[in-house]
Design a protein around this ligand. Structure first.
Ligand code: AGP
Length: 607
């Protein structure tokens, strides 16, 4: 999941590349580099964060107005200067950056070594540039096409050559690439955020596309060289959306954006007793009526949102739902058929496992209805229908506002289905919409817990091995709370269905082991209280997240956080806020890099 930026135009190359890489750093940040066509070819690259590259360029600048940059998430090869991109080949005339995995790189490397190519890195990427060199008899684009014909795997590559100093050549199979067009300039990047402020419009590359880009021209062809006509789209992102503003971290900004995101989504969705879906929703009412089962599939936080979504479809539509982890679904027997609806959920729209499972559905003619935050992403393009969560760009690697926006979108979908399938009378629908409209102010009240949550995170700054317990619709909340803490604070945490404690995990409870129980006043309240009491009896340190006004929790828990009372089906949106804040403060207190946690990347485009 690396970040790629290529540029040709009148601007200062280093500035454009560095700003673009900054915006893509969330995709990978263990090493970085830049290659400039400056009459020849100059490469600067280093292990470490972008700041190191900036320092390198300050003392040893590059010139020119055409080149490529890269920020890496290591797959093959350790984090070293030699393994950083860009890579050049034997003759030092071309440079290449890559996002993806080349599965047959070892045999290609052996063959090329036997032909006299010398490799300096442990990466799969370096094989590509040597392979292109081995085919480089006439022009660069022909050599790229011939080399690509031998590659197995996923790759987004951008290549430049001192022998063709006016152009960039790019190819995309599996990993994302978009091209932005400005006035006499073009940017090629892993996602649209790197285009903002330069390009006025953009075109996403499709698998197999080859692009040749100069200052004034953009030629898109397929692998055979046949010209392609692709639809341009306006760039909706604004630079402000990509800055932290007054917040210390993107994660904190995005946690605090949630009430507005939810308010906008409710405004956008519910009008005149109807659920308004996006134009890309292409299921006819009779097709909605025919859906016999739903399979939701996603990864990480999006999977947790899917577990909440299951309750909505079963409760409001009486449709049986299975919720699958994408990487497991794609290798399963996949015994679904035509009257199944697949719902892939993804913030980035580029998660390789979710995309792979989606393709399994496509091969079986199963209608796919994606729930996404990123338009024109690969999952968007390959799904039959899409409903967008409209959360705005989410930069922090830890997903927060996308999680609650995905949940609300799944609720909206379930309500739409219920209305079409006539399982939802008007008064019930009105009641649900009424309670949804109260969510933004309730989330703001939950955000007001911030200082107290910070104090609890400080008190537990040395604790490890947290247990998060929830039941029913808040079992996913427990999973999500644990994942947040793991990924930003590097603390081992387990989310469990509370009813499972007695079947083994209660053995983990010892003095002061922190147990975070999600215990709103709902249909499983009494059972949750019993679970927490059992942990308390074994001297666990109990933190309860409950309903405002529930004073009885103080007798049981060492610390109590309460959120406003809301119907059971909306509680996951409210309890998410203290869980996110707890993870956030724990990460800051522990000195972790909140927005770019170690070993992670925002968009997992490799399998
Ligand atoms: C969530 O905080 C993580 N960053 C990760 O689990 C993420 O939810 C997962 O990789 C799925 O990403 P997607 O929603 O973009 O498909």
């Amino acid at each position: 999941m690396c970040g790629i930026v290529g540029y040709v135009g009148p601007r200062n190359l280093a500035n454009v590349i560095l700003v673009g890489l900054e915006r893509l750093e969330y995709r990978g940040y263990d090493s970085c580099g830049i290659a400039a066509i400056d009459g020849g070819l100059t490469i600067r690259k280093t292990a470490g964060r972008l700041q190191r590259l900036k320092e390198m360029l300050a003392t040893s600048p590059v010139t020119g107005n055409l080149g490529v940059g890269h920020t890496r998430w290591a797959t093959h090869g350790k984090v070293t200067d030699e393994n950083a991109h860009p890579f050049t080949g034997c003759y030092g005339r071309m440079a290449l950056v890559h996002n993806g995995i080349i599965e047959n790189y070892r045999e290609l490397r052996q063959r090329l070594s036997a032909e006299g190519h010398r490799f300096v890195s442990e990466t799969d990427t370096e094989t590509i540039v040597h392979l292109i060199e081995s085919h480089h008899k006439q022009d660069l684009v022909t050599a790229v096409r011939k080399a690509a014909a031998e590659l197995v795997g996923s790759y987004a590559i951008v290549v430049v050559s001192a022998d063709e100093p006016d152009r960039l050549v790019a190819m995309k199979v599996g990993s994302p690439l978009v091209i932005g067009q400005g006035e006499g300039e073009h940017v090629i990047a892993s996602d649209a955020q790197a285009l903002v402020g330069i390009a006025r419009r953009m075109v996403p590359m499709h698998d197999g596309d080859v692009a040749v880009v100069t200052r004034k021209s953009l030629e898109l062809t397929d692998a055979s060289g046949k010209r392609l006509r692709r639809q341009f789209a306006a760039i909706e992102l604004k630079p402000k959306a990509l800055s932290k503003g007054r917040y210390q971290h993107f994660m904190r900004k995005e946690i605090f954006e949630q009430p507005q995101v939810i308010a906008d989504s409710i405004e956008h969705r519910f009008r005149d007793r109807r659920v308004m879906l996006d134009p890309e929703f292409l299921l006819y009412p009779d097709e909605v009526e025919k859906v016999a089962r739903v399979v939701i599939q996603a990864c990480g936080t999006s999977y947790h949102a899917g577990l909440v979504g299951r309750y909505y479809f079963e409760k409001f539509c009486r449709i049986p739902v299975s919720v699958e982890i994408s990487s497991e679904l794609r290798t399963s027997e996949f015994i679904y058929d035509g009257d199944t609806l697949m719902i892939p959920i993804s913030q980035s729209g580029e998660t390789a496992d979710t995309l792979a499972a989606l393709r399994e559905a496509g091969a079986r003619d199963i209608h796919s209805l994606a729930v996404l935050n990123t338009k024109r992403s690969s999952i968007d393009r390959e799904s039959n229908s899409t409903v967008y969560i409209h959360a705005g760009p989410e930069i922090g690697v830890a997903s927060t506002k996308a999680y609650t926006a995905e949940i609300l979108t799944l609720l909206s979908l379930a309500l739409y289905f219920a209305r079409v399938r006539k399982t939802m009378p008007d008064d019930r629908f009105d009641d649900i919409v009424h309670h949804c409209r109260e969510l933004p102010s309730q989330m703001r009240k939950a955000l007001a817990l911030d200082a107290r949550i910070k104090a609890t995170a400080e008190r537990l700054a040395k604790a490890h091995d947290f247990l998060f317990l929830g039941r029913g619709i808040n079992y996913p909340s427990a999973l999500e709370g644990a994942l947040k803490l793991k990924e930003v604070a590097y603390v081992h945490a387990t989310g469990l269905p509370a009813g499972e404690m007695k079947h083994g995990p209660i053995a983990l409870i010892a003095e002061n082991v922190p147990v975070i129980g999600i215990v709103p006043r709902d249909s499983v309240y009494d059972k949750m209280i019993s679970n927490l009491a059992e942990s308390k009896a074994r001297k666990g340190f109990i933190i309860a997240i409950g309903t405002e006004g529930d004073d009885s929790l103080k007798e049981l828990a060492d610390t109590v956080f309460t959120v406003p009372a809301a119907p059971e089906y909306l509680m996951p949106l409210l309890v998410a806020v203290p869980l996110q804040l707890f993870a956030y403060h724990s990460a800051v207190i522990r000195g972790c890099d909140v927005d770019k946690p170690r070993n992670l990347a925002k968009s997992v485009t490799v399998e």
